[in-house]
Structures are given as structure tokens and as C-alpha cells.
Ligand binder design. Structure first.
Ligand code: 5AD
Ligand code: SF4
Length: 435
């Protein structure tokens, strides 16, 4: 018998929105009759869903796209697809056109709903298919999704971004901000809870500016009966209102965690970045949030080496980090991105200086994270067991309500449930415990 099965492989880079888009790609592929494979050599269709946020992300993706040339065989037509945020940068698309001839189909994030039609074209037409952003910025509901997990689910509530932070490429590749209807969001949340999902993350570049009033949306989802956690990311400090923190505090299913990137501790740099808040406003907001919810976990992002960042600006960032006492922080070295206003500025900070500032900041935050995590030792806390680990010592992975990772000793049968775990030790990035 001839094996007529067709396999598809999806490789995902970048943020949770991209993970969510990949679930849609897999959903559409399954509807078209493909089986999902995790081995690119087995694939008849190999998709790379790319991230454009920093140059090093781009380099890594392009390296791996280059490698995919090896999956092509003379006997069988295989389709290689380049999509996601990098497919929204004209220069990068040009590079793909000229130097990556094995790529058959290119389309940007906002054209994802056209994927079945585009794949068909790539398979039947002799020419390579290059699609540009139609700039229509539609919301297409009812794209099938194939979710990776049966416990944790991504739930996009809005797409695009209108904030235009001066360093950020997202508004150019993901287009104008648009919010899903409340009814569609609530219906999806209900069906996820009914299907047994325990951890639902509301997604958007800027979730708290959701069109219909984000604090009330949290309360509405909280009112859905069942045992589950509601998470959300990412939030923008300018829209992190008292009302938002009050809604979190009143909603027992909303996780006690907020990821609230501050980007810089210098008012001068914040202004240049077009962030719309000052360091004092930021610190006031998190102080208010902790007053309402003493157990709240706050995590953040920071960029160092923005063009023109002086020693003094950098010291302001250090001081903010000391004052804020984040559980965790992601530190990024500024990366010049095409189309952004900051790309026109002179990059004044040398690579060595940036590296020095980066390492120093990471060391300071690691000490803070380590101390924060040590405070959990000896406590018994409720965690959701949401992953299996490779290690023999800790066969399970779990998350606290506040989103901290816990490596757990316990029976595999507790996978997918909320259990009490006694924390025995910790390091700067995780906790360790026994179920
Ligand atoms: N360079 C470095 N870091 C960046 N980020 C966004 N754009 C850039 C850039 N051009 C960081 C921000 C954001 C996180 C997702 O990535 O800190 O919060
Ligand atoms: Fe990367 Fe930003 Fe695109 Fe997410 S939205 S994949 S972080 S560029």
C-alpha cells in the first residue's frame, strides 16, 4: 500500500502570540488533512513562524531557515514556509527572495487566515509565493486551533499594537491594534474551562488596553464556574490603572502575577522611548498593587544601551531595579530594528559598555531573585502541575499561582492537577519541592 499521509512541521520563535498563531497553523493543517510531525525531515510542509524583536532573534531564525534546505529531496516536492513577524520586514523578505531559494511561501502575521489558500498555491504554482501585508487588520474568528497542551491555553484577546515605543518593531509587523469581541472571548474561555483547561492566559501586545475595558473582562472571566487560573500578558504600565489592580484583587481566579515591563529607570530615556510614564509613576503603581495584593509577583523587562543612554541614565535603571524588587526580570541589550524611529539615532554606547551594563544588571537582579525565592523555602504552596521534566530527580514541573517555576518530586499521576507542594530549596530562577 502506498503511504499517502502528509506531514507538517511547525517551528515557532518568539512570544506567546506566536505560539498561539502556531496553534492556528497546526489547526488549519490538520483540517487540510496533514499530520503534525516534530521531525523536520519527515515533513512535506515545514513552517518557520518567526520573531523579529531583536537582531539576534532574526539571525538565529535565518540560520535555521538556511538549514532547512537539507530536508528537500529530488523525489518529492516539499514546501518550506516563512511566516510570522520577520515576514513583515521588507528587507528580510528581500533576503529570503534572493538568498533562500528553497523557501516556497512567505506571508506576514496579519495574513495568517489565508494560510490554506496560500499553501495550496505554493503547492500547485511553479513560482514561489510572496504575500505582502494587506493592511486590512481584520480579526478572523473561527480559525481552527490545535493546542499543544491540555492544561494550559493561550487566549488572544487583541492583536497589533498602537503604542509605537521608539525601539519596537511590533507595530510595524503586527499592524494596528484591534480587540476581539467580548462575546467571542467569553465563549472561548468557557469552552476551555469545560474542556478541562486549568490555566488560561489572555494574550495581547498590550492586554490591559483591550477595547472593551480590561478590568471588567477579568471579572467576567472570573465569573465562569470551575477551578482554573486566569493569567494575562503583556501589560503596559501606562494602562495599569488602579481599576485593573482592584479587579485583580477582587477576582480569586486571577493569578497573583503581573508582567509589567518598565524598560528604563531614567525619565529622560523613558520619554525618548515614548513610553508615556515616569519612573515615579511606575513605582507608585507597583506599590499600590502590592498594597492591595501583598502576595503579588511582579516581573519585568528592561532594555539597556538605548541610543544616548548615559552612565547616569543607567544608574537610574539600577536604582529602579533595587527599589522595585522584581521576582524576575528579563534584561535585553538594545537592538536596532528596521522601520523604528530609534533606528535613526546614533548608537552612542559601545558594545563593551553595553555588555558591562548588561552583566552588572543581571548580577544585581539574580541576587534579588535568589532572595525572593529563598523566602518560599519551608512553605507549602498550591501549584498547578503543568509539565513533565527530563530529569529523574524532579520528574514534574509546576507553576505557583504567581507564575514561578517549581521542580517537583511526585507521582506522574498528579500531572494536570492543583496540588500542595512543600518548597525545599531554590535558586535564582526556580523553586524545588515535594508534592
Ligand atoms: N531591542 C532590545 N529589546 C527590545 N525589546 C523590544 N524591542 C527591543 C529592541 N529593539 C524588549 C522589550 C520588550 C521585550 C519583549 O523585548 O523589553 O518588553
Ligand atoms: Fe517576536 Fe514581537 Fe512578533 Fe512576538 S510580536 S513574535 S515578540 S516580534
Amino acid at each position: 500500500m502506498i503511504n499517502t499521509k502528509q506531514f507538517a512541521y511547525v517551528d515557532t520563535y518568539g512570544c506567546q502570540l506566536n505560539e498561539s498563531d502556531s496553534e492556528k497553523l497546526r489547526g488549519m493543517l490538520i483540517e487540510m488533512g496533514y499530520e503534525i510531525t516534530y521531525d523536520e525531515f519527515e515533513a512535506d510542509v515545514a513552517i518557520v513562524n518567526t520573531c523579529a524583536i531583536r537582531q539576534n532573534a532574526e539571525n538565529r531564525v535565518l540560520g535555521n531557515v538556511g538549514e532547512l534546505v537539507h530536508i528537500k529531496t529530488p523525489r518529492k516536492k516539499k514546501i518550506i514556509v516563512f511566516c510570522g513577524c520577520l515576514a513583515g520586514i521588507p528587507e528580510t523578505v528581500e533576503k529570503i527572495r534572493e538568498s533562500y531559494e528553497h523557501v516556497n511561501l512567505v506571508f506576514p502575521p496579519n495574513e495568517i487566515h489565508r494560510f490554506p489558500e496560500l499553501l495550496e498555491r505554493a503547492k500547485t504554482e511553479r513560482k514561489r509565493v510572496f504575500i505582502e501585508d494587506s493592511k486590512e487588520y481584520k480579526i478572523v474568528e473561527d480559525i481552527p486551533k490545535h493546542r499543544d497542551s491540555t492544561i494550559k491555553a493561550w487566549l488572544p484577546i487583541m492583536y497589533g499594537c498602537d503604542n509605537f515605543c521608539s525601539y519596537c518593531i511590533v507595530p510595524y509587523v503586527r499592524g494596528r491594534e484591534r480587540s476581539r469581541d467580548k462575546e467571542a472571548i467569553l465563549a472561548e474561555a468557557k469552552s476551555l474551562v469545560e474542556a478541562g483547561y486549568k490555566d488560561i492566559t489572555l494574550l495581547g501586545q498590550n492586554v490591559n488596553s483591550w477595547g472593551g475595558g480590561f478590568p471588567n473582562l477579568l471579572k467576567d472571566i472570573n465569573a465562569i464556574p470551575g477551578e482554573f487560573l486566569i493569567r494575562f500578558m503583556t501589560s503596559h504600565p501606562k494602562d495599569a490603572s488602579k481599576k485593573l489592580f482592584q479587579a485583580m484583587a477582587e477576582s480569586e481566579k486571577v493569578a497573583r502575577h503581573i508582567h509589567l515591563p518598565f524598560q528604563s529607570g531614567s525619565d529622560r530615556i523613558l520619554k525618548l522611548m515614548n513610553r508615556g510614564y515616569t519612573r515615579a509613576e511606575y513605582l507608585d503603581k507597583i506599590a499600590y498593587a502590592r498594597e492591595l495584593m501583598p502576595e503579588l509577583v511582579i516581573t519585568s523587562d528592561v532594555i539597556i544601551g538605548y541610543p544616548g543612554e548615559t552612565e547616569e541614565d543607567y544608574n537610574d535603571t539600577l536604582k529602579l531595579v533595587e527599589a522595585a524588587q522584581f521576582e524576575a526580570m528579563f534584561t535585553f541589550i538594545y537592538s536596532k530594528r528596521p522601520m523604528t524611529p530609534a533606528a535613526k539615532l546614533n548608537d552612542t554606547v559601545s558594545a563593551e559598555e553595553k555588555q558591562k551594563r548588561f552583566e552588572n544588571l543581571v548580577t544585581i537582579q539574580n541576587e534579588i531573585s535568589e532572595k525572593k525565592h529563598e523566602a518560599y523555602i519551608g512553605k507549602t504552596i498550591r501549584v498547578l502541575v503543568d509539565g513533565e521534566a527530563k530529569g529523574e530527580l524532579y520528574p514534574l514541573k509546576a507553576r505557583t499561582n504567581g507564575g514561578r517555576l517549581v521542580h517537583v518530586v511526585g507521582d506522574l499521576s498528579i500531572y494536570g492537577s492543583f496540588v500542595d507542594a512543600k518548597i525545599t530549596h531554590s535558586n535564582n530562577w526556580a523553586l524545588f519541592g515535594e508534592a
